[in-house]
Design a protein around this ligand. Structure first.
Ligand SMILES: *Cc1c(COP(=O)(O)O)cnc(C)c1O
Length: 380
């Protein structure tokens, strides 16, 4: 048996996405900036993809910048706005302790070049403490960045509330919605957000492409120079093949959102129910109510993350620790640490994440295997 339960890390390309991309690997090779027919065909394809991605968050196509992925969108949002605001005497950035490294490491960089960054703590479910966030805002605050849904534990943040606070205080608000796209109803006409990051490869699109939504009047200093592409805000010849695939993936994600959520929720419940029946001990990490259904983070007290992952891999189950694996040694997750998990749960946590291709039957089988492995490793 082989089953992929790591959709929060990346997802397979949907056949319809591949189909949409193929002509651009073959006949349509033009440069979208060219005046001639070769160029125009490709320009039209980018325009269409921009419409498709914009529609998935109810934005105007002109408010989207294509990037090389979620990481670049986060970098561009934070550095772009922070640099533009520094000219107005604003040098404070506010974020949380549970952000993706694309935001956290960017904030560290901003600290290095003279910005002050406040990392607001979270509760034991990984929800940001909004009172603390309010207290962190001062007259010099340029931007607040809080992710929509967490990639490690699935916890959803109170984005509307934070957005309102930011608006009242006249501070720009960015959210990393990479994990939320295709799961949550993202509507920038209603959401009080100024900038929002998206990535293609988490929604069955190709890797190396993403987008940043930028609201009107948001000041942004470009980080790439050398051309007039993307309304002068991101220079460089466009990743045409990737952008076309992203457009198709976004359209599919939009159309299948309810079904995707429903399947994820049923897979999640099947997994938990199987473990209950098997009688193994486990603890779910994350918010009991406000969560992304496709992300399930669990600790198996007495077992060790690394050993669990290796044993599950041998059984054909692909899941992850949820945290970045650098130089072969598994670091303890900054998210679980920020949630204040006791050592035993911190060191035995793994993340299962569901997506297109998973079925309840498959996941139930996988859960039985997990139970067997956990029992063996903990001698339960
Ligand atoms: C995957 C991910 C990113 C990074 O996106 P890439 O396209 O891989 O650069 C950023 N934020 C979150 C929450 C993610 O899950």
């Amino acid at each position: 048996m082989s089953i992929y339960l790591d959709h929060a890390a990346t997802t397979p390309i949907h056949p319809k996405v591949k189909e949409a991309m193929l002509p651009f690997l073959e006949d349509h090779f033009g440069n979208p900036s060219s005046i001639h027919a070769y160029g125009r065909t490709v320009r039209q394809a980018i325009d269409r993809a921009r419409d498709q991605v914009a529609a998935s968050i109810h934005a105007d196509p002109g408010q989207l910048i294509f990037t090389s992925g979620g990481t670049e969108a986060d970098n561009l949002a934070l550095i772009g706005v922070a640099m533009a605001m520094r000219e107005k005497g604003k040098d404070r950035v506010i974020t949380t302790t549970v952000e993706h490294h694309a935001v956290l490491d960017t904030c560290q960089y901003l600290e290095k070049i003279g910005f002050q960054v406040i990392y607001v703590p979270v509760d034991r479910y990984g929800r940001v403490q909004t009172e603390e966030l309010k207290r962190a805002i001062d007259d010099r605050t340029a931007i607040i960045s809080v992710m929509y849904g967490n990639n490690e534990v699935g916890t959803l943040q109170p984005i509307e509330e934070i957005g309102q606070i930011a608006k009242e205080r006249g501070v720009w608000f960015h959210t990393d919605a990479v994990q939320a796209l295709g799961s949550e109803p993202l509507d920038v006409r209603k959401l009080p957000v100024d900038l929002l990051s998206l990535s293609s490869h988490k929604i069955n699109g190709p890797k190396g492409v993403g987008a940043l939504y930028i609201g009107r009047k948001v000041p942004l200093q470009p980080q790439m120079h050398g051309g007039m592409q993307e309304r002068r805000r991101r220079a460089g010849t466009e990743n045409v093949i990737g952008i076309v695939g992203f457009g198709q993936a976004a359209e599919l994600a939009m159309a299948n959102r309810e079904e995707h959520r429903d399947t994820a929720q049923r897979c999640r419940e099947a997994m938990l129910e199987t473990w209950r029946q098997e009688g193994i001990s486990f603890v779910v990490n994350g918010h009991p109510e406000h969560y992304l259904p496709h992300v399930l983070n669990v600790s198996f007290p007495g077992a060790e993350t690394e050993t669990l992952l290796m044993n599950l891999d041998l059984e054909g189950i692909a899941c992850s620790s949820g945290s970045a694996c650098t130089s072969g040694t598994l670091e303890v997750s900054h998210v679980l640490k920020a949630m204040g998990l006791p050592d035993e749960l911190l060191r035995s946590a793994i993340r299962f994440s569901f997506g297109w291709g998973n079925t309840v039957e498959q996941v139930t089988e996988a859960a039985k295997t997990v139970a067997r492995v956990v029992r063996r490793l903990t001698e339960q």
